[in-house]
Design a protein around this ligand. Structure first.
Ligand code: SF4
Length: 774
């Protein structure tokens, strides 16, 4: 367990602290005294305090809240804005762990790589400038526009076996292809890691997936995950880590494993991971990380990077790769999985037009060297027969490393020779940044090797049916232009008029002559020293960026110091009672609002615009009780804020379900909301609210929901005891009706000690800031 020092600052920053993790693992073993899975080893060895975290032993999975210390953070350009703005309020001049920022989501696809990049840089310049200035100020590695997609770059540069990483993007688990635990989170959680604040995670359950046999022919890693998503469904991974093992894992390349880990997000899984393998070692060497591989070898020999024999999973499935068939998943949901042999029949049964309008390969999910060489092997066969693609065919390289290497090796030329268009190294059509002039408002089918296929995700057209498949299948089908084409059996007619059939694709896991970096100006300075004097580049007239002001604490330090002062919320105005489903989309809409992700005042204009007023049955409608006038919800909330009137809302079941979108908790707090009283909350949103200092209370009795109406004046009773440390204190809500009558409503809070502290301070960030100043 003794390790030589890392050869340089750079390697040190990208190597997990194996010596420390191994000594933590020994403590974990002595407390649990049972075989451990790989995920348990990695997660529990990252506990801030193993003894405290695992006190009492099992059951842990699905029960205990773990306080963890992540090793690294990655941010993408859209979510990084609020993460950095929040970090900037914490009073720190450097990040506690290495952080990287990646400019990828804001680049749209229209004419081709060069022109698209130029145009996108111009239209998003202020955002990129801001992120670059923040990177300089706080010592963050900055990957500018054109360098590639966050997850591909992380895999090529930062992921490592046994690492615990947080990323502000739902496909962060892609890094699991190299045996790390990589979890997608919101900005406030990233700030925890960036400020060395323990990061809390409910101990995930475990799903074990055994991969037997070996892939062959037309089957690739993508088909494995399309099969798993089909079996487990879009909710099947919730609260769980998916841990793969078996001979199939050994045989697949690290990038194939990354494809599988990437799409664990489609099942709501916390993340996915794999035991350390020879192929991972080879990938680390090929990407210039030999020293990391050497250290991983030693950690592996010490029993860290693979599961113990006899470890148990909460759920288990087996997949035989030898008999696996290629799949097409969709439309509109990734778990609707159809074997390729049945797809033609499905097209007929559904009455869909048997036409493929566009074929897209690449993205963070499937743009490895192996993916590209396999696709090119199909393109070469077609070219030899004088064929070119019948549908639009687009390729998004995941990084400049891939782009430059496939260019050098003639792979790009093979794809272009048959009509392929290679786009910028960025997200592009995967995230709707596809300015598609064809098929507007028309039902049509596209095939992609991406990961998501919700309505309108790619081209904004809700009638575009997006089917997910491997890059091999997508490429082959582009030559037929038909959905019913099965390249394994069906023939095409070559330019010579003779029928021809594709041979199965072939590819190379890694380039024989190594990777080439391409445009090295994209490479950031490794482990840059912070330059605290750098101003954050935010123009005072910007409509897209705005410095975040820390939220005012609800009570003064003097009030806390005075035992006779009552720490209660008094005279809150009930803004409205919300009926039915109210997801994070209803609370903070996406679409055109996305461009304001770094400007809270402008984004707050969309607060709750999708919510239904239970009393008027109208969407986005509230009454201002000072004027008696009806307005939109944000209008009335803003008017209350302007008058210094704090407010609360009453909501129905599962308030805040959907995503971890933190703006949905920031916005109400920004507009002076103090309490949300719900029939129930979605778990992540409830945590997000407490992080921003909003008190989430749940009705003890569901039926009391209708006892509070818009305009009522609401106070708390019992909050004082809770804030002064009595976690068992009951918090009641006292409601004064318009006729002066009072009703007292019982609630539950279920807050942890940390969460109470966040509310006491006015927000988790205020607490971090105070601690930094101490
Ligand atoms: Fe997300 Fe698509 Fe970009 Fe991947 S390529 S990070 S899935 S938007």
């Amino acid at each position: 367990t003794s390790y030589p020092p890392a050869p340089s600052k750079h390697y040190q920053s990208i190597t997990p602290p194996y010596a420390h993790l191994l000594s933590q693992l020994e403590q974990v073993r002595s407390i649990l005294n049972r075989p451990l899975s790989l995920a348990e080893k990695i997660v529990y060895s990252h506990l801030v305090n193993v003894e405290e975290g695992l006190a009492g032993g099992d059951p842990i999975r699905g029960e205990k809240h773990l306080k963890l210390r992540p090793d690294r953070v990655a941010l993408q350009d859209a979510s990084a804005q609020m993460a950095i703005l929040q970090f900037s309020t914490c009073g720190r001049d450097r990040t506690a762990v290495p952080v990287s920022i990646h400019c990828d989501h804001l680049i749209s696809a229209y004419e081709g790589a060069e022109a698209d990049l130029k145009r996108s840089i111009m239209s998003n310049k202020e955002v990129f400038d801001f992120l670059e200035s923040a990177s300089k100020k706080y010592g963050i590695e900055f990957w500018g526009p054109g360098s590639g997609i966050i997850h591909q770059i992380v895999l090529e540069n930062y992921s490592a076996p046994g690492l615990l990483m947080l990323g502000c993007d739902s496909h962060t688990p892609n890094a699991g292809g190299l045996g790390s635990i990589a979890i997608g989170v919101g900005g406030a959680d990233a700030v925890d890691a960036m400020t060395a604040t323990p990061w809390e995670l409910k101990a995930p359950k475990l799903i074990g997936v055994e991969l037997k046999g070996e892939l062959s022919g037309w089957c690739s890693a993508k088909d494995v995950i399309l099969e798993v998503v089909g079996r487990l469904s879009v909710r099947g991974g919730t609260g769980s880590i998916i841990e793969y093992y078996g001979e199939g894992v050994e045989r697949m390349g690290a990038t194939g494993l990354a494809t599988i880990a990437n799409m664990g997000a489609e099942m709501g899984a916390t993340t996915s991971t794999f035991p350390y393998s020879d192929n991972m070692r080879r990938y680390l060497h090929a990407t210039n990380r030999g020293p990391v591989a050497d250290e991983a070898d030693r950690a592996h020999a010490a029993g860290f990077l693979s599961p113990d024999k006899g470890c148990e999973y909460d759920q288990h499935i087996t997949i035989d790769l030898t008999t696996l068939e290629p799949k097409l998943n969709g439309p509109f949901t990734p778990d609707l999985s159809t074997p390729l042999s049945q797809f033609g029949k499905l097209v007929q049964e559904k009455g869909w037009k048997d036409e493929l309008s566009a074929a897209l390969i690449g993205s963070c999910t499937n743009s490895s060297y192996e993916d590209m060489t396999r696709a090119a092997s199909i393109a070469r066969q077609a070219k030899a027969k004088g064929l070119s693609v019948k549908s639009e065919f687009m390729v998004t390289p995941g990084s400049e490393l891939i782009n430059a290497t496939i260019e050098r090796d003639g792979v790009k030329a093979d794809l272009e020779a048959v009509g392929g268009q290679v786009l910028a190294n960025a997200c592009g059509p995967c995230i709707g940044q596809w300015e598609r002039s064809e098929k507007k408002g028309e039902e049509n089918a596209i095939l992609t090797s991406f990961n998501r296929n919700f309505k309108a995700r790619n081209d904004g057209n809700r009638l575009t049916m997006n089917f997910l498949a491997s890059p091999d299948i997508v490429t082959a089908m582009a030559f037929s232009g038909k959905l019913s084409f099965d390249p394994r059996h069906d023939e095409l007619i070559g330019a010579d008029g003779k029928p021809f059939k594709f041979d199965p694709p072939t590819g190379e896991k890694l380039p024989a002559s190594g990777f080439t970096a391409g445009n090295t100006s994209y490479l950031p300075e490794p482990v840059p020293e912070p330059v605290p004097s750098t101003p954050l580049a935010i123009s005072p007239t910007s409509t897209r960026l705005e410095l975040l002001q820390p939220f005012e604490p609800h009570f003064s330090p003097e009030a806390f110091a005075d035992p006779n002062a009552k720490l209660e919320f008094d005279d809150l105005r009930c803004l409205l009672r919300i009926r039915g489903k109210c997801t994070t989309d209803e609370i903070s809409a996406a679409g055109k609002w996305l461009k304001y992700k770094g400007h809270l005042s402008n984004l707050a204009e969309n607060t709750l615009i999708g919510a239904t007023n239970d009393e008027t049955e109208r969407v986005n409608s509230a009454i201002d009780f000072s004027t008696g006038e009806e307005g939109t919800i944000p209008e009335v909330a803003k008017a209350y804020k302007a008058r210094g009137q704090p407010w609360m809302i009453v909501t129905d079941h599962n308030y805040g379900e959907g995503s971890a979108r933190e703006h949905a908790s920031l916005q109400p707090r920004f507009l002076n909301c103090k309490v949300i009283l719900a029939r129930s909350f979605a778990r992540i949103h409830r945590t997000n609210l407490t992080k921003q200092g909003v008190l989430p209370l749940t009705f003890a009795n569901d039926a009391d929901y209708s006892l509070v109406s818009a305009g009522d004046v609401v106070s708390t009773s019992g909050l004082d005891a809770l804030l002064r440390g009595d976690l068992d204190a009951d918090v009641d809500v006292v409601v004064r009706k318009a006729d002066g009558k009072e009703v007292t409503i019982k609630t539950t809070h279920g807050l942890s000690r940390d969460q109470v502290e966040w509310i006491r301070e006015g927000s988790a960030l205020n607490l971090i800031k105070r601690k930094a100043a101490e």
